[in-house]
Design a protein around this ligand. Structure first.
Ligand code: UD1
Length: 370
């Protein structure tokens, strides 16, 4: 009998669980898979709930490394990864996106000469101050197979001299989102949401907000500037709060305007449902910019750059900051209260047609014949 090649998925943050789900399913028949959770996201609402909801098996390893500065967090992950990679050597390591878990996984595997597949390779915001930009560039540099979601990502890699092992795979998030957005699922989930958040009126028009980037939430002036602007919003705002943001809202004693309803982080299904029902998304998340685009909801991104340039180019996403450290409240409010309607979703989806997992599996079968 032919022995299946061993794949180790290394990941630790909420958006990565969403990308793992469709790929794990498709790889099941041809590979022996293991999941290593770094522990970066550990709250049940940021982690466990996603594994259950996305039907992912429990991680085989959990490093339980969370919090701390970026170098500290990445360093602790690296130290914890090496003995596991040595004791249970996989044939292939797969890392996702641009978090500290991505970089730690890639570096640890690279030091042991284990082939690395980087899913979501080639993205660039060209803002080197972003920890994610550093993680992206460094991870791409040590990866052998680079799965790019878009043509732009391939071009970005070419500019850096990376041409080998580069594929356009489309975006795994598109594979996942399609499974959770049929009208029946959305309808059932809306009923549940209404029960779970009885103090918010889902029937009236509303906006949907998320914030977690250190540049927005770790600086008291920036965070209070954003939150204070929201008091003049023309519609109520639903705001699921990331733990980092919650901590800072309390620490900086920021008053929450009446227009804003704070809630705990939502499940994946609930998030998609709330976004679909909203009139506008305001966010600094990368994934949410794409989800809004796919769901036909206009997006305002609270950043001065984005790695998801296609959403801006097709006119469904607007950058609200001209300077990452300052908020021009008038400009932000103008974008917020500007009357733009939802759309049917972009006619050409820039992030693929939901077959990314199959594509990646085919490449792995070709490159790593058993
Ligand atoms: C990380 C990623 C970011 C990604 C985001 C998704 C990096 C550099 N950043 O940012 O790219 O968009 O995940 O959400 O890797 N915390 C909790 N409970 C949790 C998770 C975090 O309390 O379950 C706290 C941590 O202790 C820490 C803070 O929130 O104090 C930030 O968490 P961290 O994982 O360092 O980064 P994120 O801001 O979530």
């Amino acid at each position: 009998m032919i022995k299946k090649q061993k794949i180790l998925h290394i990941l630790g943050a909420r958006p990565q669980f969403i990308k793992l789900a469709p790929l794990h399913k498709v790889l099941h028949n041809n590979f022996k898979q293991f999941i290593l959770h770094t522990g970066q996201h550990y709250d049940p609402k940021m982690s466990g709930q996603f594994f259950d909801e996305l039907n992912l098996p429990k991680p085989d390893f959990n490093l339980e490394v969370s919090g701390g500065g970026h170098a500290h967090q990445t360093g602790r992950m690296l130290m914890a990864l090496e003995p596991i990679l040595k004791q249970h050597p996989p044939h292939i390591v797969i890392v996702y996106g641009d978090t500290n878990s991505t970089l730690a996984g890639a570096l640890a595997a690279s030091k042991l000469n284990i082939p690395i597949i980087h899913v979501e390779a080639g993205l660039r915001s060209y803002d080197w101050k972003m920890p994610e930009e550093q993680n992206r560039v460094l991870t791409d540099r040590v990866s052998q197979i680079l799965m790019c979601p878009t043509e732009q990502a391939v071009t970005n890699l070419q500019k850096e001299g990376i041409r080998e092992g580069v594929y356009i795979s489309g975006d795994l998030m598109m594979d996942t989102i399609r499974q959770y957005t049929d009208s029946n699922k959305l309808e059932q989930s809306l009923k549940k949401l209404k029960k779970e958040i009885p103090n918010f009126n889902f029937t009236d028009d509303f906006f949907f907000l998320t914030l977690h980037r250190p540049s927005n939430v770790d600086n008291p002036e920036m965070l209070s500037g954003i939150i204070n602007s929201l008091k003049d919003s023309s519609k109520p705002i639903l705001f699921p709060v990331h733990p980092r943001t919650k901590k800072n809202l309390i620490q900086f004693s920021i008053n929450i305007p009446k227009t804003v309803t704070l809630v705990e982080p939502l499940s994946y299904q609930a998030l998609l449902t709330a976004v679909k029902k909203s009139k506008k998304v305001i966010t600094d998340s990368g994934g949410l910019q794409k989800e809004a685009c796919f769901l036909g909801v206009p997006c305002i991104t609270l950043r001065d750059t984005t790695e998801w340039v296609e959403t801006v180019n097709i006119g469904v996403n607007q950058l609200a900051l001209k300077d990452a450290n300052k908020i021009d409240q008038r400009y932000f409010l103008q974008l917020l209260n500007d009357n733009v309607s939802c759309f049917d979703g972009p006619s050409i989806n820039p992030y693929g047609n939901g077959t990314s997992a199959k594509f990646i599996c085919d490449v792995l079968l070709k490159e790593f014949k058993t």
